[in-house]
Design a protein around this ligand. Structure first.
Ligand code: FES
Length: 155
């Protein structure tokens, strides 16, 4: 290997030290900087094949795809469209799906931490209140906003 590697000068320096026709130098396997460059310069600039849609034939069926520090739920919606949802709960940041694959029960993805529930298109559906009742997202809005969303203006 010879020549410069795109990115910072340490990479160029390491690339310059790489003997031609030999196994890669150890830092190519262990360096966090080189790993970050691989992710940003190679993987994140192109479409990625994460799986085949035939593995999620029904609405609500999903698999989890992990890349770098991200976890993505690949899920088929009620409209048949396959979507990618970030596997992070908007409440406190827990992962929502820990299983590698599965099917949303009753059309919902429920966070295992505090039971916030999301529809399979990623919208927040409901969350439990401290008194044990279930709140819908509308209850988080002010009365004026509720009225606007429901078509019944309130002041
Ligand atoms: S972190 Fe998901 S419900 Fe609290």
């Amino acid at each position: 290997m010879s020549g410069a590697v795109p990115g910072g000068s340490p990479l160029n320096e390491l690339s310059g030290r790489q003997p031609a026709g030999r196994a890669l130098l150890q830092p190519f396997y262990l360096s966090p900087e080189i790993y970050r460059n691989d992710i940003e310069l190679m993987l994140m600039r192109h479409w990625l094949c994460v799986g085949h849609e035939s593995t999620i034939p029904d609405s609500g069926s999903y698999f989890v795809f992990e890349i770098d520090r991200e976890s993505v739920i690949i899920i088929r919606g009620n409209d048949g469209v396959v979507r990618g949802l970030i596997n992070v709960c908007r409440h406190r940041g827990s992962r929502i799906c820990y299983d590698a694959s599965g099917k949303a029960k009753r059309g919902l993805l429920v966070c295992p931490y505090h039971a916030w529930a999301y529809t399979i298109d990623g919208a927040l559906r409901s969350h439990p209140r401290p008194n044990g009742t279930i709140a819908s997202p509308l209850s988080c809005l002010s009365p004026k906003e509720e009225g606007r969303l429901s078509g019944r203006p309130k002041i």
